[in-house]
Write a protein that binds this ligand. Structure first.
Ligand code: RUQ
Ligand code: CUA
Length: 654
């Protein structure tokens, strides 16, 4: 077992040593008593039965989205997003490579933090889920009928797309704020000239029409670090709230230099006002470069488009667009309660949880209760906007979600606990529970929406320590499922997660499960290299490019013998899966391929590019165990010397 001392060193926060010792010394007994005898039955999903909720976890630095069932914690799927994924060829196939195009070239990796479900009238609707790419700024949309990424848009004028992709209650916009401020537009300049010269951007991305995701406008803001965001709802509909830290505008040793001010800011943005300013001509066009990648449903192939300008708004040119709410201290999360009245900040260095009132904010704007103005942004008076401060919230509050029953749940990173508190007077803590260890986000299905399904809470922890069997220097990340249906929170289950999940979203399974695409109708396949029957299969030469029009069906490929390939050829295997039934993908792999396999869904066409490296005869085979005769599902391709007079020949059968 680990000791409190290890824990404290790990956190690197000297002042926490004593507190840590107090919290952790009673951990073992606390765990034992907290997990009651009936916990197992609460998370037991009998063989053949389904979970009640889908949970979508970010895959963190895997760049993926991972899907689980709750309450069982069963891992159902990894959906590749900003990654190459050999399991199904994502980012390796000719059809999907283009999804990873950016203005920086082909970028097959990213750091994903925040999945965000689409909403209708403020409630998750199960159509799509979005996720951010932190490192090379992008946002992606994943279709929840196929569990496949089908659109990615790059965010120009951004660096570190952390505060993203939070959605408006009508799914009209996703937002993306830049964690790092940078020169905008980018240029060569001295880092020490940061202050006043580096800028942040708050981007609004149209999200409600597949194929047309695009940056609608960007707001240029002072050079702070913009961290997280959440949309207003109900009475605060039309507003978006962004946290920021580093109002000091430090460019070195931020751990000290960005922790000077007692308060930083939440930027409250009136996006309906932004729309007025854009249509009224107060915005300008800035030239830039960014990519939009869309998986065309007719061909199931990426269409990549480069864009060259973006609409930008300066707060000084659009009165009423942005207000700053002073917020203690270096806030991280910002969360809006289901009623839309309260804006909760997670001041990671603050001793309280500050809660702003939207109604008071409106009044303060009307009264012009401004302390000062920064770059055209009025700073509202703290006392004029604050609704309450939750005392004794645990150390290092980060993120808050809601149960829809008038309570909020906040994670405390340093003290490794979840704190339940009352939304409204007397703003008191009503329960707290230890989690293991160093919790970041938490997730209640629908817990950031207008209608939380407040039965379970998942704590997503940064540090695993002793929770599972060890796996070398890196341990599995830990999530804990907590029952929040009663007055007292109860831990039910520990389950490991992929990457570093940061955040997750969840919703009742019945909103999604009956809408699954079972196969792609063959007659609708418009892929230029598709063939609809074995009679159409063929091999064609075009200079050094050889195109194999291949089909696959249980349990053979057509053609399965190919000759006449020469050294120096690029061979494109275009494989169409003729199956028209659920759950019958076929795989395709060929010796020495330096990309990945293909995993071809029924009715679709996928292409593997293969560059033979030596003369010989090479097998190819199906990778997905598709039937009793799967192991017979194979073929050969013969590679002859360059300039050979071997004609192209191909066939199946005889
Ligand atoms: S943010 S906990 Cu992206 Cu908090 Cu990770
Ligand atoms: Cu097709 Cu195995």
């Amino acid at each position: 077992m680990y000791t409190p001392l290890t824990k404290s060193i790990l956190l690197g926060v000297g002042a926490i040593v004593l507190t840590g010792a107090v919290f952790f010394s009673c951990q073992t007994t606390a765990t034992q008593s907290m997990v009651g005898g009936d916990a197992a039955s609460q998370v037991y999903v009998a063989p053949g039965e389904y979970d009640e909720f889908y949970a979508f976890f970010s895959g963190g630095f895997s760049g993926n989205l991972t899907v689980y069932g709750l309450p069982s914690g069963r891992h159902l799927k990894d959906v590749p997003v900003f990654s190459q994924f050999p399991e199904n060829g994502w980012g390796y196939t000719e059809e999907t490579k283009g999804m990873l195009n950016t203005s920086y070239g082909f970028v097959p990796w990213d750091d994903s933090h925040h999945p965000e479900l689409s909403m209708t009238d403020g409630v998750p609707d199960g159509r799509w889920i979005f996720i951010n790419a932190n490192n090379t700024p992008r946002v992606a949309r994943i279709d929840l009928t196929t569990f496949e990424t089908d659109e990615i848009v790059e965010i120009p004028n951004s660096a570190g797309n952390h505060g993203s992709p939070f959605i408006t209650p009508n799914s009209k916009y996703l937002v993306a704020s830049t964690r790092f401020s940078v020169p905008i537009p980018q240029r060569d300049m001295a880092i020490e000239d940061y202050k006043g010269n580096f800028k942040g951007t708050l981007s609004f991305i149209r999200a409600d029409t597949p194929g047309e995701m695009d940056v609608a406008f960007q707001i240029i803001v002072p050079g702070y670090n913009y961290d997280l965001a959440h949309a207003g709802k109900g009475p605060s509909f039309g507003w978006m709230f962004f946290t920021s830290y580093n109002s000091e505008e430090a460019h070195t040793l931020l751990e000290r230099n960005a922790s000077q001010n007692d308060k930083d800011f939440i930027a409250a943005v009136n996006w309906q006002r932004a729309e007025e300013c854009v249509s009224g001509g107060s915005a300008s066009q800035m030239s830039t470069r960014y990519f939009h990648n869309y998986l065309d449903p007719a061909t199931r192939s990426a269409v990549s488009t480069e864009k060259t300008s973006v609409t930008v708004l300066e707060p000084a040119n659009c009165e009423g667009l942005v207000y700053y709410l002073p917020t203690p201290k270096s806030p991280h999360g910002v969360d809006v309660d289901p009623s839309g009245q309260y804006i909760v900040a997670g001041g990671k260095l603050a001793t309280v949880i500050p809660v702003h009132s939207f109604a008071k904010m409106q009044q303060a704007i009307a009264d012009e209760a401004f302390d000062t103005t920064i770059d055209g942004i009025p700073v509202l008076n703290y006392d004029a906007v604050i609704a309450g401060e939750v005392q004794n919230p645990g150390l290092g509050p980060l993120h808050t979600e809601f149960d829809g029953e008038g309570f909020a749940y906040t994670t405390a990173f340093i003290s490794s606990e979840i704190v339940k508190w009352r939304l409204g007077e007397p703003w008191d803590v009503v329960d707290r529970i230890q989690v293991y260890y160093s919790v970041g986000h938490l997730m209640i299905p629908g817990g950031d929406s207008q209608q939380p399904w407040g039965k379970y809470l998942v704590a997503m922890n940064k540090i695993t320590k002793d929770r599972y069997l060890p796996t070398g220097p890196e341990l599995a990340h830990a999530a804990q499922l907590i029952d929040i249906s009663g007055d007292k929170m109860r831990i039910l289950l520990d389950f490991p997660t992929m990457g570093e999940p940061h955040y997750a979203q969840g919703l009742p399974a019945d909103l999604i499960m009956d809408k699954q695409v079972k196969f792609f109708p063959l007659e609708e396949n418009q892929h230029p290299y598709a063939v609809k029957s074995e009679a159409e299969t063929r091999v064609e030469r075009d200079g050094n490019d050889v195109h194999v029009y291949m089909t696959t069906i249980r349990t053979h490929f057509a053609p399965d013998n190919i000759e006449g390939i020469q050294m120096g050829d690029d061979v494109y295997f275009h494989v169409t899966n003729l199956e028209q039934d659920w759950d019958v993908p076929h795989g395709f792999a060929v010796t020495g391929a330096n990309n990945a396999e293909l995993l071809i869904m029924p009715g679709e066409t996928r292409t593997l590019k293969w560059m033979p490296q030596a003369e010989g005869v090479y097998p190819f085979y199906c990778t997905d165990f598709c039937s009793a005769l799967h192991q017979e599902m194979q073929g050969y391709i013969r590679v002859s010397p360059a300039g050979t007079n071997m004609p192209l020949a191909f066939g199946t059968g005889n």
